[in-house]
Design a protein around this ligand. Structure first.
Ligand code: N01
Length: 532
């Protein structure tokens, strides 16, 4: 469908947020249209097709809860769903709810300008189409703006290269090839073991070692699925009460790591390690707020690395020294053991940084590497990158990038002062990436459509956060972060992975309290927003 026309709601993006936004807006009788850069639905799961891509939230939780028929009908085959399975799920949802008729694909939004006279957003696409909407909802993902470091010489590289977040649907054939993977975050940690099994030789260019815990992925038993499906709404409700909106079956152990004996501590860490997944950080209640407690967990993982990796020198270089969980914990299948393979070499690019990409491969300050393929697992300009790549202008033509020059400023992570009728699904200042994203997305969409209904039934043309409410919210988000160890490392949560980006902790920790805040604001007639 080509993009044109006037709508009640325009949506940017057709990943999990945009898809549900289209559905929910329709249910509320709104004329809605979504614009999607990709060729189909799925967002993150459309773009991240790299080998080994898999969710680190359990599949029975990482799925929509808005339709009981949907959650009863869909059958997940594994504890952690693979990228193809999640994309198949997105396809199923789009077909089941006939979403595609209100989505334009391969349509990249270039600009969005608020027309103050008409109280409408005017959206222009790269192809020159123009649409308008009373409301603009961004559903463009927290991790969608791929970051390729500006290494000189990439244009001269004679082999093939790809970023993990822009992986071609046709895949890459690594057989018989010399491959270099740059980056050891979640994407690197997932792809490296699979690429190692395909390539003739794999060089892993590591700048900062990551902490990763085993996924212990497995086929889902019918019994497990049956038990949850017997009362799926209760399962969803229990998860929404968790600080990260997930993991109610194995919740936080509400005890300090410093309050138990060394043997008991080891036993509890071991139990979580054996269970696998992100729940490891819930071994004790102070791992992310007390540096001494955190170090105990970090030391446990370092011991595991030394046990798994046979070469002590390689093991030493894989051992992180930073705060565990400060950067997002990785979840892997066979990552550390991959470094026992003869065809895998770990290259420390903290000690000897990459200086350039050459026609034949790449060069560090110490050595040249001949490569047939380079995989950039170098992450994303997170949370604000996708928004700042669109020319978004609010009142008086103010660019969003100017309003956010000192870091993103929102109210509830949902609205921005000076940008009326703009809603940001999982925007900075909301739990987003510190929660189960599908649950976070559904909560935002429900709040937004509820808000739009409130405005329309009262004949309100515009809604916009007050500067005071926004200032207080920004302070609150920072205060919550400062109570934790999150600000102590150079993570993408802080924008520290992007040169020149303002260091601001962007997500908000604590899903249930956040939901309460949103509901309170709505119940008080959208307190903190100006309604015109
Ligand atoms: O990106 P990252 P990611 N020279 O930013 C390195 C989600 N996700 O795509 O740490 C050399 O974590 C960089 O090094 P350093 C998840 O939320 C989820 O892996 O900056 N290296 C780092 O090692 C995750 O956190 C899933 O020193 C350079 C790596 O590149 C988020 O997405 C799967 C470099 C980037 O790691 C992002 O993960 C995948 C340079 N110039 C992703 N620049 C699951 O659900 C960067 N690096 C499992």
């Amino acid at each position: 469908m080509s993009a044109h026309g006037d709508f009640d709601v325009l949506v940017i993006g057709a990943g999990f947020g945009g898809m549900y936004m289209v559905h929910s807006a329709r249910q509320h009788g709104l004329r809605v249209h979504a614009l999607e850069a990709g060729g189909d639905v799925g967002g993150t799961w459309y773009w991240n097709r790299y080998p080994g891509a898999r969710c680190d939230v359990e599949s029975l939780e990482y799925s929509y809860g808005f339709s009981d028929d949907l959650q009863q009908d869909w059958v997940w085959t594994e504890r952690y769903a693979s990228q193809p399975e999640i994309l198949a799920y997105a396809d199923h949802v789009a077909t089941r709810f006939d979403l595609r008729r209100d989505i334009s694909f391969t349509t990249t939004v270039r600009s969005a300008t608020f027309d103050e006279e008409r109280s409408r957003w005017i959206v222009r696409t790269e192809a020159g189409e123009e649409l308008s909407g009373q409301f603009l909802v961004t559903a463009i993902g927290c991790l969608s703006a791929a970051n390729i470091p500006p290494f000189p010489g990439l244009e001269h590289f004679g082999g093939e290269w790809q970023h993990t977040g822009r992986w071609p649907a046709t895949g890459l054939d690594f057989s018989g090839k010399r491959v270099g993977v740059i980056g050891t975050g979640s994407s690197g940690v997932q792809s490296i073991p699979v690429i190692a099994g395909q390539a003739e030789k794999l060089f892993v260019f590591q700048r900062t070692p990551a902490y990763t815990v085993p996924a212990h992925n497995r086929a889902l038993s019918g019994e497990e699925e049956k038990a949850i499906k017997a009362d799926y709404p209760a399962f969803r409700a229990a998860n929404r009460l968790m600080i990260t909106a997930m993991g109610s079956r194995f919740p936080l152990n509400d005890v300090s790591a410093l309050a138990v004996s060394p043997d008991e501590r080891e036993r509890l860490f071991e139990e979580r390690w054996e269970r696998g997944g992100l729940g490891f950080m819930g071994s004790f209640n102070d791992l992310l707020i007390d540096a001494a407690a955190n170090e105990l967990a970090a030391a446990f993982v370092r011991n595991k690395i030394r046990t798994i990796v046979e070469d002590p020198d390689v093991a030493g270089r894989l051992c992180p020294t930073t705060t565990i969980g400060c950067k997002r914990l990785c979840v892997d299948t066979g990552y550390y053991a991959t470094f026992n393979r003869d065809n895998v070499e770990l290259v420390d690019v903290a000690a000897a940084p990459i200086t350039e990409i050459t026609a034949a491969g790449l060069r560090t300050t110490e050595r040249a590497f001949d490569l047939d393929c380079i995989v950039f697992a170098t992450g994303f300009d997170a949370m604000t990158g996708a928004l700042s790549r669109i020319d978004i202008r609010g009142r008086g033509g103010m660019p969003l990038t100017d309003a956010w020059a000192e870091g993103p400023r929102t109210y509830l992570g949902l609205g921005v002062a000076g940008f009326p009728n703009l809603f940001t699904i999982t925007g900075p200042g909301s739990p987003s990436v510190l929660a189960n994203m599908v649950v976070a997305v559904e909560q935002h969409v429900d709040w937004i459509t509820g808000c739009i209904e409130h405005l329309r039934t009262r004949g309100v043309r515009e809604i916009e956060p007050t500067a005071e409410a926004q200032d207080a919210w920004v302070t609150f988000v920072a205060d919550v972060a400062d109570f934790t160890l999150f600000p102590t490392c150079n993570s993408w949560y802080l924008g520290a992975n992007i040169e020149g980006k303002r260091r601001v902790f962007m997500p908000l920790l604590g899903f249930p309290e956040y939901v309460e805040q949103c509901e309170r604001v709505a119940a008080k007639g959208y307190e903190g927003f100006a309604l015109i």
